[in-house]
Design a protein around this ligand. Structure first.
Ligand code: HEM
Length: 416
């Protein structure tokens, strides 16, 4: 007999209709160019949207987003079943570091600390420069290439799977498939099972981690990332397959697509603003701040979602327990109170406190690594290729990836 599980989903009271905005937060239009909406929203009080029949709240002002990211007693990261967030359940209900509030969050985050020791990051810098240089040599021969598939993706596979994890090349496809399959979850309607292709990729990656942990327990300890994670945890108690899987999966999915998409967005932005590109070419010492401005204006994540677990009023607008709230990292980066004339791409701006990597307890631990890769990739591409240009300036860029992300599928370039 089937047992019916009753889920307690709080329903908000009637809400002011004027506070609703009719927009598809996750559609192609907002991925392709969110700037007009972000300018409208960045100094606006919170508002509501309807997503699959649920009422969600949206926060856009820089200080409000920062506040929300640091008040887990009101705005929690812990997934709430039945509240309408199935399309963001990229890991099949697996508990990830992103899904915990403090203090439990610190324990999960400690597990991944071996990936980000200053020694490991420093040893990476040379590897990054070398890999970028080798890829650029290959692209020189090609004359035309896809920045996403032929440059940024192999770079990140090599750096993360080969460099950070030290995995042999023949196991990379299992992890790459898992990372690519995550976008399939976006199409799942509430309560529906995950697509078969997703489950296949998930099960294969899970089995890979199970075997890995087994092999490592039966072999002499190794000083690589996996060895350090197992050791860090085994000092407190045996690491389970689920914990290893969740730690690895968060690290490689957190790092692969994000940097692939962001480096492609940076190049696209610079090529579409030839005056700023020329300024950078003439002043290579502006590279760091040019990257920061690219990160500000093209935050990969338009939104990060959270769960309202306690009623609260923000800027006169009530948000109620039971609501999903979308914190717009992208719009917050356009808040005119922080960034005057926010739609202007200006590499002299040197923006501070951008929210592209989040804020508070979940602030991206990979941000230093990501910034190093972006500087190396963009810096070397524009230096080595004075003639770098879009293969077809009129080509429409199509975006994929997660619903909340701006992941360009192809950015075709010419360098001959
Ligand atoms: C440009 C590239 C990147 C962007 C834009 C980015 C963005 C973000 C954001 C916004 C968060 C916070 C999410 C939230 O609060 O809900 C985050 C967390 C995280 N990122 Fe990144 N990230 C990037 C690169 C990386 C890299 C290279 C790695 C690892 C190799 C990584 C691993 C993680 C992990 C593990 C978390 C979860 C941290 C936690 O929950 O405590 N990210 N990232």
């Amino acid at each position: 007999m089937n047992s019916i599980v009753k889920i307690d989903v709080p329903v908000p009271p009637p809400l002011d209709p004027d506070l609703f905005v009719d927009v598809d937060l996750f559609g192609q239009a907002i991925k392709a160019d969110p700037s007009a909406l972000f300018i409208q929203w960045a100094d606006k009080p919170p508002f509501y949207v309807k997503v699959d029949g649920h009422i969600h709240a949206v926060l856009c002002q820089h200080d409000q987003v920062q506040w929300a990211l640091t008040h887990p007693e009101i705005i929690s990261s812990e997934p709430q079943k039945g509240w309408g967030a199935d399309q963001f359940d990229y890991f099949n209900g697996l508990p990830l570091v992103l899904d915990y509030d403090p203090p439990e969050h610190s324990r999960m985050r400690r597990l991944m600390a071996p990936g980000f020791t200053p020694k490991r990051i420093a040893s990476f810098r040379t590897a990054i420069d070398t890999m970028v240089k080798e890829l650029i040599d290959e692209m020189t021969v090609k004359g035309q290439f896809d920045m996403v598939e032929e440059f940024a993706a192999p770079l990140m596979y090599g750096l993360l799977l080969g460099g950070l994890f030290e995995f042999p090349r023949d196991v990379w496809p299992v992890l790459i498939n898992m990372s690519n399959a995550m976008a399939l979850v976006a199409t799942v309607s509430e309560g529906a099972p995950k697509p078969a292709a997703y489950m296949e990729a998930y099960d294969a990656a899970y089995a890979f981690c199970g075997n890995l942990i087994e092999e490592r327990r039966n072999a002499p300890p190794m000083d690589d990332l996996v060895g350090s994670i197992i050791k860090a945890h085994d000092d407190e108690g045996l690491l389970s397959t689920t914990e290893l899987f969740s730690t690895l999966v968060q690290l490689f999915t957190g790092g692969l697509g994000t940097v692939i998409a962001t480096s492609s967005n940076c190049i696209l932005r610079l090529l579409r603003h030839p005056d700023q590109l020329q300024l950078l070419r003439d002043n290579p010492n502006l590279l760091n701040q040019a990257i920061e401005e690219c990160l500000r204006i093209d935050s990969l994540g338009n939104f990060r979602h959270r769960f309202v677990i306690k009623d609260h009023i923000i800027d006169g607008v009530p948000i109620y327990r039971g609501m999903i709230v979308h914190l717009s990292l992208g719009a917050a980066n356009y808040d005119p109170a922080k960034y005057p004339d926010p739609a202007r791409f200006d590499i002299m701006r040197n923006p501070r406190d951008i929210l592209t990597f989040g804020y508070g307890p979940h602030f991206c631990p990979g941000n230093v690594l990501a910034r190093s890769v972006l500087r190396a990739a963009v810096g070397q591409l524009i230096t080595r290729f004075p003639n770098l240009r879009l293969a077809d300036p009129n080509e429409t860029i199509v975006y994929g990836g997660m619903p909340t992300e701006r992941f360009p599928l192809h950015v075709n370039l010419r360098v001959d």
